[in-house]
Every structure is written in structure tokens, then in C-alpha cells.
Design a protein around this ligand. Structure first.
Ligand SMILES: C=C(O[C@@H]1C=C(C(=O)O)C=C[C@H]1O)C(=O)O
Length: 278
């Protein structure tokens, strides 16, 4: 039986997926590409078995998933690709309607926590697929994630740019976990051998990726729009680990999300392979 794996089509996923596809036998895997919000829906519907997914997706449906250990897409401080672009300084955004990308499920809630809980503002939020300059004709500020955020920062435009990883870290001193590798519990039960193999393969792919960023960047499709040294620097900014500090960070995120009514409660994170997991 083959395993269907979601592949976020952002450059933050390029190192691990390149290492996986180059260095492992992927004949038992099929890959589905998309932006996080779309892949979260496919995972929830059971159309994919496992995926690096928005961390809030686990918070919403903890009974549906297990988390692959030692893996995440996180930042300990600035992340460089989850950015609020604003026409005015952050202090002047109280009361404003803020535009937010349609691609994210986690960062949109991080933005709510930062503005509502940390700043004490009263904002409303609207999703928009508009490109940066057009969106900022309609909204004073716009949240972008992934490659659209990286490209927005590279192009400039004279906006104030706020890095949400940085704002979280300044307020909490903890890593922020944007994505967890979520595995459907059904897949863990129905395809145990395939899942066990994938967990080993992805862990190995992460270690290979950590040791070969310059080589991966030299052949990456992102070379068309980003300098390879800048790309390597971006990958070094991201933490792909899931340490006890990361787990503390994600738990705090769930607590804040529960306080805002985004989650009914803050769940425990159940890891694949741990007692209680499969
Ligand atoms: C750091 C990032 O983390 C992402 C943010 C996500 C979200 O906001 O839902 C989901 C997956 C990650 O790719 C990024 O994409 O820039």
C-alpha cells in the first residue's frame, strides 16, 4: 500500500523533500503539492496520509492525528517568511481591518494573538488572495507567509515589515512552531509498515538536508528568484526540530488560541511511536 504525502510548495520544504526524494527509495510514496491551508483540508478529508501541516490543525482535531517526532517547521526568533506588511507603524493598527493570506491556518491565528493578546488591540481580519501592492490599497496591513512573504520582503516597497516569529519570541522567549508533521491515526493503524518506514526516512532526510544546504540550493528551483546564499541563510533560520522547548512553545500557542476561542481547549501533543501513540 502506498502512502500519500503532502508537500507544501514553499521553499521552506525544499531541503527535506529534496533529500527525501534524492536519497531514499520513494517508490512507496506519492506526493501531493499545495499551500498549507489546502493541504490541511486534504489531510482532514483523508485524501493524504501525512503532511507537514499548520500546527493549529492538530490543535483543532487532536483525536484525528499523531505528530511525527523531532520534526517541525519552526523559528526561534525571526522566521523571515511570516510577515506583516504595513503602511503604518504597528502601534497605529489598533481598530484596523487587517488583510490576511488565504494560504495559512496557523499564522493567521498567531497574528490575532499578537495584536489582540500581546498588543491589546481590537482588530478585525479579512482573508484576501490579492497580491501585496493591491491588497495594501484596500487594507493598511497584510499578512503573507511562505514564498510570497519572502518575495515581498525582497522586492521592498517601502512598507513597515514585522516578522511574526520575532514578535512571538520577544513576548514569550519560546520557539514558534508553524508546522508539525501530522499523521492520520487511520494511516498509522492501516499502513503501519509504510508509516514506520516514512518516519525513519524523513528523520534521515532532515539530517542529510542539514548537512547539504549549499548543494541543495545550487540546484533548487527557487534559484530563479532568490540568491542561493540568501536561500541557505533562510533555511538556517528555520528550525526543523521538535525539542521540549518547541513543544512548550506550541502548547503556549494552543493556550492563547483557546483563550481567544479559536480552539475549544489546548490539547496535549501525542507523538507517533510514544506510549499512547501507535
Ligand atoms: C514558516 C512558515 O510556516 C508555514 C506556516 C503555516 C501556516 O501559517 O499555516 C503552515 C505551514 C508552514 O509552511 C512559512 O510558510 O513561511
Amino acid at each position: 500500500m502506498s502512502l500519500t504525502i503532502g508537500h507544501i510548495e514553499y521553499s521552506n520544504c525544499t531541503p527535506i523533500f529534496t533529500a527525501l526524494q534524492r536519497s531514499m527509495d520513494c517508490s512507496g510514496y506519492s506526493f501531493v503539492r499545495g499551500v498549507p491551508a489546502h493541504l490541511n483540508r486534504l489531510l482532514a478529508m483523508g485524501e493524504i496520509d501525512v503532511c507537514p501541516s499548520s500546527s493549529i490543525e492538530y490543535g483543532k482535531y487532536p483525536d484525528r492525528y499523531l505528530v511525527l517526532p523531532d520534526l517541525s517547521i519552526s523559528a526561534v526568533g525571526p522566521v523571515k517568511s511570516v510577515l506583516l506588511f504595513s503602511r503604518v507603524p504597528l502601534e497605529r493598527l489598533d481598530g484596523a481591518v487587517i488583510g490576511m493570506t488565504t494560504e495559512s491556518d496557523t499564522s493567521v491565528n498567531l497574528l490575532r494573538i499578537i495584536l489582540t493578546t500581546f498588543q491589546g488591540f481590537t482588530n478585525s481580519f479579512e482573508r484576501t488572495p490579492l497580491p501585496l501592492a493591491e491588497a495594501l490599497d484596500s487594507y493598511p496591513a497584510l499578512l503573507l507567509i511562505g514564498d510570497r512573504a519572502l518575495k515581498g520582503a525582497l522586492t521592498g516597497g517601502g512598507y513597515h515589515i514585522y516578522d511574526l516569529g520575532d514578535l512571538w519570541y520577544r513576548a514569550t522567549g519560546l520557539p514558534f512552531v508553524f508546522a508539525l508533521w501530522l499523521l492520520r491515526r487511520e494511516a498509522a493503524e492501516n499502513k503501519p509498515h509504510e508509516v514506520a518506514r516514512l518516519a525513519v526516512d524523513v528523520a534521515r532526510a532532515k539530517r542529510i538536508a542539514y548537512d547539504s544546504y549549499p548543494e541543495i540550493a545550487a540546484q533548487a528551483p527557487e534559484r530563479e528568484w532568490i540568491d542561493s546564499a540568501v536561500l541557505v541563510d533562510y533555511w538556517r533560520t528555520i528550525s526543523y526540530d521538535l525539542t521540549p522547548a518547541h513543544l512548550k512553545g506550541v502548547r503556549l500557542f494552543y493556550n492563547y488560541a483557546a483563550s481567544l476561542g479559536v480552539l475549544p481547549a489546548a490539547p496535549d501533543v501525542r507523538l507517533y511511536g510514544e506510549s499512547g501513540g501507535v
